[in-house]
Design a binder for this molecule. Structure first.
Ligand code: FPP
Length: 241
């Protein structure tokens, strides 16, 4: 039932901004969706690499709250890709003991996709291997706004004392409430931005920006970045012991 996770000094939680699919396709004279399909194929390889390098949590950015601004055909193609991906990969993910979760606002997603997401979460709920979190219609600001709304509702209902609200309170309302904060955030394709990804959670993450376009990003480069993390001196605003 999946490989055991060799937890060590490396990052427990790695988050990835999978960028560069469009440019990868363009360089081959193909439509952007061709790049997204090639990118989706890379996900399995990275998930499978996690146990060997001690990564228990992997969070990937598949579609942002800003990605709706793309052409209607690209958006529709991506939504169809997500449906196909879930349908096709569900059995293998379960067999590999991968627990899958989705984060982001599901309200704007089509019912069929939401049903597939719910089913995959249910199907893998007892899996004890890698935790794969897929962000779809996710934006860090949107997540904090939604969390704040729920928190305010609890205050209004008398369930929460405003005077007790501190740094530990808000994360309980975030989509990621059951996950540890990411230790390492990787972005492919040479862009050095975080693009509204895990804003609250990444306050003390380490970052790696690499030039490789996502469809060319493989297990070897992933393992190298994860190993390099072991050499970082994380001080969380303090000083070295
Ligand atoms: C960014 O590349 C990528 C996306 C907006 C989509 C990410 C989706 C995948 C990798 C495939 C699907 C994933 C799953 C889990 C099925 P871009 O289009 O912005 O590239 P560009 O900057 O070169 O245009």
């Amino acid at each position: 039932m999946g490989k055991p996770i060799r937890e060590g000094a490396g990052p427990r939680h790695v988050a990835v901004i999978m960028d560069g699919n469009g440019r990868w396709a363009q360089a081959r004279g193909r439509p952007r969706l061709f790049g997204h399909h090639a990118g989706a194929k890379r996900v399995r390889e990275i998930v499978q690499a996690c146990p060997d390098v001690g990564v228990k949590y992997l969070t990937i950015f598949a579609f942002s709250t800003e990605n709706w601004k793309r052409t209607q055909s690209e958006v529709a193609g991506l939504m169809s890709l997500f449906r196909r991906y879930i349908t096709k990969e569900a059995r293998a993910l379960k067999a590999e003991n991968v627990q899958v979760r989705f984060i982001g606002d599901r309200v704007r997603l089509d019912h069929k996709l939401v049903r597939l997401m719910d089913e995959l979460e249910q199907m893998t709920v007892d899996c004890t291997g890698v935790n794969l979190t897929i962000a779809i219609n996710y934006g860090g600001r949107d997540e904090v706004a939604r969390a704040t709304r729920r928190l305010a509702e609890d205050v209004a209902a008398g369930k929460l004392d405003p005077a007790s609200v501190d740094e530990e309170t808000l994360p309980r309302y975030l989509d990621t409430c059951v996950l540890p904060d990411p230790d390492l955030v990787i972005r492919t394709s040479g862009e050095a931005r975080i693009s509204n990804f895990l804003l609250w959670q990444s306050a003390y993450a380490e970052y790696e920006f690499v030039d490789t376009l996502w469809p060319d990003f493989g297990a070897e480069e992933f393992s190298r970045l994860v190993s390099a993390y072991g050499t970082r001196d994380r001080r969380y605003g303090g000083v070295r012991a």
